[in-house]
Design a protein around this ligand. Structure first.
Ligand SMILES: Nc1nc2c(c(=O)[nH]1)N[C@H]1C(S)=C(S)[C@@H](COP(=O)(O)O)O[C@H]1N2
Ligand SMILES: [Mo]
Length: 251
């Protein structure tokens, strides 16, 4: 019986432990509040508070280097593709656009732009893909697209110098929407300069005449209505990155 005595705690010791527990609890709350206030005082960098942007950048370099480029997005049978494809986002798709006079502006370097017609693009080898298109807003849809892979396009147009750059940039004709894509993702075998949806020409609000389909990335990177395409070692401007989203936006 006397052995148990040492496990019992006196009321005085208990009070002391309780006080210490509460003190630790309050100190932690104060620390969280101070950390939060500190975070709020930090400058913004590309739409995100600087320390948070640092974490995003770190995630990007880590995941970007180890995952995305060598894996293939899962593909589906034709009958899995939805007939009513959702239309989401119309930034850079102003009404004054004239599809009849559209040509792709391929900017090889500054001052060296080649204009390419839709027929010329359609004459290149065609690739189709049926995959689960994912939007960061939380929805996804199995959809069916067709066009020329950027890799095939680059081969046919002799873009070896251009594709040795780190990034490709895409801009709508009115410059209202723009994305930057790391070259490894651009050259990924499922990345398509796309002109067909469900075996028919793209509807205007899904990006006619030409859009990007890049299954290794979220919807925000699938720019509709490509006006020009350029190459750079610096990150091209990116519409949603400027609003605080992840530049890489990989899946
Ligand atoms: N020009 C342009 N392209 C865009 C957008 C946009 O607002 N403007 N939105 C993007 C987003 S957020 C998504 S989810 C997809 C949707 O493609 P869909 O309308 O063909 O379904 O387009 C992407 N491409
Ligand atoms: Mo999206």
């Amino acid at each position: 019986m006397t052995d148990h005595k040492e496990f019992l705690i006196s009321p005085k010791a208990l009070r002391k432990k309780t006080i210490i527990a509460f003190a630790v609890f309050f100190i932690m709350i104060i620390a969280v509040v101070l950390a939060w206030k500190w975070l709020q005082r930090q400058p913004e960098e590309q739409g995100a508070l600087k320390p948070l942007r640092k974490v995003l950048n770190y995630n990007e370099s880590f995941f970007g280097n180890f995952f995305s480029h060598n894996h293939l997005a899962k593909t589906f049978p034709l009958n899995a593709a939805v007939k009513n494809v959702r239309v989401n986002g119309s930034e850079g798709m102003s009404d004054d656009f004239d599809p009849a006079t559209w040509k792709l502006h391929l900017v090889r370097s500054s001052g060296d732009t080649q204009l390419i017609t839709l027929d010329e693009i359609k004459a290149l080898p065609k690739t189709e893909i049926i995959f689960d298109f994912k939007c960061i807003e939380g929805w996804s849809q199995v959809t069916h697209w067709g066009g020329v892979t950027f890799a095939d396009f680059a081969k046919k147009y002799g873009l070896s110098n251009e594709t040795s750059k780190k990034y490709a940039g895409l801009i709508t004709p009115d410059k209202g929407y723009y994305v930057g894509i790391d070259m490894a993702s651009m050259l990924h075998p499922q990345t398509i300069l796309c002109y067909e949806m469900n075996g028919k020409p793209l509807p205007l609000n899904n990006g006619y005449p030409l859009r990007l389909i890049i299954p290794v990335k979220y919807g925000i990177k699938h720019l509709k209505r490509i006006g020009s395409l350029f190459f750079s070692n610096e990150r091209p401007p990116d519409y949603w990155y400027e609003q605080g989203y992840d530049y890489y936006s990989g899946l």
